[in-house]
Design a protein. Structure first.
Lengths: 308, 481
């Protein structure tokens, strides 16, 4: 099956500044792909090139089989990072208007708008002007406007920003539903928990360069695992265990006098059980031993070189 | 095309649904109606002022002044009759009504008005005489000098005393001779009312002139004849519609050209400004990026231009329709002349093309400027040079009404940014066909280049957040930012 989205050696320069440096990745149809990176990594520039809003300086982009996003814009849904709608329009008219731009007849657009807005709990507000809606509600309306035409590729730029936890959960469900329907979803974020819960694939960007592409599992593997050790131990005791490459000692309230919590980072191929065995063999006063798997957040920090 | 029409529709209704649109639609006709009615209303509402002459000259100089005031009143009536006839019967008809009134009195003038401009005659109401000459209080008969007369007049003018029959005295004129000169002192109820003074001054000038001419040996009949002299100038031109004498119909194209040029200018500037504000609103509301992901720059620009053009045409159509209705009913002669000027030699067609070309050039320019701005204040920075350019045709159009063939006007007509206004102003006076076709072609090419450039600028501006000045705008359009 050919990729829904494919970038090959894409470069974007603004004058002398290189915002995107030789970026290549592919997203398969029906996949939810997280496009991750710190602020200024080049995410928005890349998304704009995919959409055809700006042209790449070098490289090639294929979107739903077309060499330019503009050629298939009716099959794409887009939620920009900086959101905004016509303040005097009602949510129904807004959704129907943007669906109309994507080829949905106005009557059908209004019908879909009502259905979508009701499903998002906006039934009571669908005829109020947008300016009367809360920020969260307006954001939901904009998302509905981006997907009302049932696009094959949905591009969401920081879709979770500004939403409360309940609405974030609702948005996660919308994204899952889109993928279940067969749509390909590419969303940028720097909140790793959402990507961790939603994505089958992530692409990590730092300073305009791709630093990782693959599954969540593989991304986590790029970061070291941690050991949490609690006991009457000195940092030197912990540093002397096999596989330990760094120790951070943490004072915590409620611990017995002389007992400390140490967080030890392991080398990439280190085995935690070797450290445990050695601790027992050395007769260390160990009260608690726990292996902590790295999160995507940890992987993000490592892969982006500590940039946030 | 579907997207373009959808954007145009949204743009149109976004304005058509606002209170401001309906207000602006109604305000101009309302102001014009009020403006037209105010002078008449003020004239009718003005109180009738009573004035008395206290003649201490012993030569009955008051009689001459009273006669001069009567003459002034007659001239006012003649002027009103001529003005009433002018719109329906044209300048020649107006002159005929004036001549009839001057020769045989206002009644004859009204009769001529009924004959030459029946519509105007039905609506005609003679002006009200605001100055009524009354006899002075009887005790003034004993006054021997102006100061004594003043002392006696003061309580009357102040309103403490009234004339016989309870009538108030608003002003009094004391006349006396001093060193052979006629002297005048006006007592007036109000210190700021100069109406009486002006009327007395005019009457006095006429009387003194007349007296001096008679004193110099000119017969009273000759003086009377002299007062009536009005040089008649007949203007002839081979270009006149009649083939000879130039009439109002011949002057109409020049007047219309100027009026249409101004209308075009204001329509283009207001339409382009509406468009720019709309783009600024979309930019500041962050709608432009979503629009750009849903439609091409050309579709967005064209849709917006079309939508705002619809608004402009709705306003012009409503005003034009109302104006035409009123004109046809009140002054069918002028309406007929206007239509014939517009339809002759395809003028309406050229005007349409100039309107389209001019609107397109400026609308896309204003839209592109709007795409770089988040507030109208930011837009002012970029609009300054554009407005200077736009001010030039306004100055030049004033010249076009008198001398449409002036060389500088011909040269400036070839500058595409001025073409729509200057050629509209000149078109009714039939400039050479080569100029019409040439300027239209140059304007069309420029409009096409403007649309192309504005599309690039619009896209660059819509996606930019850079600091705003012409240098950064040009850099963005060139893809360097």
């Amino acid at each position: 099956m050919s990729a829904a989205l494919q970038l090959e050696g894409v470069v974007k320069r603004y004058g002398r500044f290189e915002a995107v440096k030789g970026l290549s990745f592919a997203v398969q149809p029906g996949t939810i792909c997280g496009f991750l990176g710190p602020n200024g990594a080049g995410k928005t520039s890349t998304l704009r090139m995919i959409l055809g809003l700006t042209e790449p300086t070098e490289g090639r982009i294929s979107v739903l089989g077309a060499p330019d996003g503009r050629m298939v814009r009716d099959r794409i849904g887009f939620l920009p990072e900086e959101r905004g709608l016509y303040r005097k329009m009602t949510p129904v008219d807004t959704v129907a208007f943007f669906a109309g731009l994507k080829g949905v007849p106005l009557g059908e657009g209004r019908r879909r708008a009502k259905k979508l807005l009701e499903s998002q709990g906006l039934g009571a507000s669908m005829k109020k002007p947008m300016k009367a809606l809360s920020k969260g509600m307006a954001q939901k309306v904009q998302l509905m406007a981006a997907i009302a035409h049932e696009p094959e590729l949905v591009i969401l730029d920081e879709p979770f920003s500004g939403l409360d936890p309940v609405n974030q959960q609702g948005l996660e469900q919308v994204i899952r539903d889109l993928a279940n329907r067969g749509a390909t979803v590419l969303f940028s974020t720097h909140v790793m928990q959402h990507a961790e819960r939603l994505c089958r694939q992530v692409v990590l960007l730092a300073n305009g360069k791709k630093v990782f592409e693959g599954s969540i599992q593989a991304a986590r593997g790029a970061a070291p695992r941690f050991l949490e050790l609690e006991g009457a131990l000195t940092p030197e005791d912990v540093a002397g265990l096999p596989g330990v490459v760094g120790v951070e000692s943490i004072a915590r309230e409620g611990l017995e006098p002389g007992v400390m919590l140490h967080q030890a980072s392991l080398g990439l191929n280190a085995q935690p059980q070797e450290a445990l065995k050695t601790a027992f063999a050395r007769g260390l006063d160990l009260r608690r031993f726990e292996v902590k798997e790295p999160t995507l957040h940890d992987a993000f920090i490592v892969l982006t070189g500590g940039e946030r | 095309m579907r997207r373009l029409l959808l954007i145009a529709r949204r743009e149109y209704f976004a304005y058509a649904k606002t209170v401001g649109f309906w207000l602006s639609l109604l305000v101009l006709p309302a102001f014009m109606a009020i403006g037209a009615m105010i002078p008449t209303m003020m004239d009718r509402a003005a109180p009738v002022r009573t004035i008395a002459f206290v003649d201490l000259t012993g030569q009955d100089k008051a009689a001459g002044l009273k006669a001069a005031l009567d003459g002034r009143w007659r001239r006012e009536q003649v002027r009103a009759l001529r003005s009433a006839a002018l719109a329906e019967a044209g300048p020649n008809g107006g002159d005929a009504v004036r001549d009839a009134a001057e020769k045989a009195g206002p009644e004859a003038g009204q009769e001529a008005l009924g004959r030459l401009a029946p519509g105007a005659a039905r609506a005609y109401k003679p002006p009200k005489r605001n100055l009524l000459v009354v006899e002075p209080p009887p005790e003034l008969a004993g006054a021997r000098d102006p100061d004594a007369a003043g002392r006696l007049l003061s309580p009357y003018v102040a309103g403490d005393k009234t004339l016989t029959g309870g009538r108030k005295l608003d002003a009094a004129v004391v006349l006396w001779m001093q060193g052979g000169e006629l002297k005048t002192r006006v007592w007036s109820q109000s210190v700021s009312d100069e109406g009486v003074q002006d009327a007395v001054r005019e009457a006095l000038e006429e009387t003194v002139r007349r007296d001096r001419l008679i004193a110099a040996g000119v017969s009273p009949e000759a003086v009377e004849a002299l007062e009536q002299v009005r040089p008649q100038i007949e203007v002839y031109s081979p270009k006149a519609a009649s083939g000879g004498e130039v009439g109002f119909r011949d002057r109409l194209p020049g007047i219309m050209g100027f009026a249409l040029g101004m209308l075009l200018w204001s329509s283009i500037v207001s339409g382009a400004s509406i468009l720019m504000n709309s783009v600024i609103e979309e930019k500041s509301n962050r709608v432009l990026e979503v629009l750009l992901s849903s439609a091409s720059t050309t579709e967005i620009l064209a849709g917006k231009v079309l939508g705002v053009a619809g608004i402009t045409l709705t306003v012009l159509g409503a005003w034009g329709g109302l104006g035409a209705f009123l004109l046809y009913n009140a002054f069918p002669g002028i309406a007929h002349d206007l239509v014939s000027v517009l339809t002759e030699n395809g003028l309406a067609f050229y005007l349409g093309l100039y309107l389209i070309g001019g609107y397109l050039m400026y609308a896309v320019l204003f839209a592109a400027i709007g795409a770089f701005c988040e507030t109208p204040r930011e837009a002012q920075t970029l609009l300054g040079p554009v407005m200077i350019v736009l001010a030039i045709p306004i100055v030049v159009m004033n010249v076009a009404i008198r001398t449409p063939d002036m060389p500088i006007l011909k040269i400036l007509s070839w500058v595409p940014f001025f073409t729509p206004f200057l050629m509209t102003a000149r078109a009714p006076t039939e400039p050479p066909l080569v100029e019409i076709i040439g300027t239209l072609a140059a304007m069309a090419v420029t409009a096409w280049i403007m649309v192309w450039l504005a599309s690039k600028a619009f896209r660059a501006g819509a996606l930019s957040t850079a600091k705003l000045d012409w240098k950064s705008v040009l850099a963005m359009v060139g893809g360097k930012r």
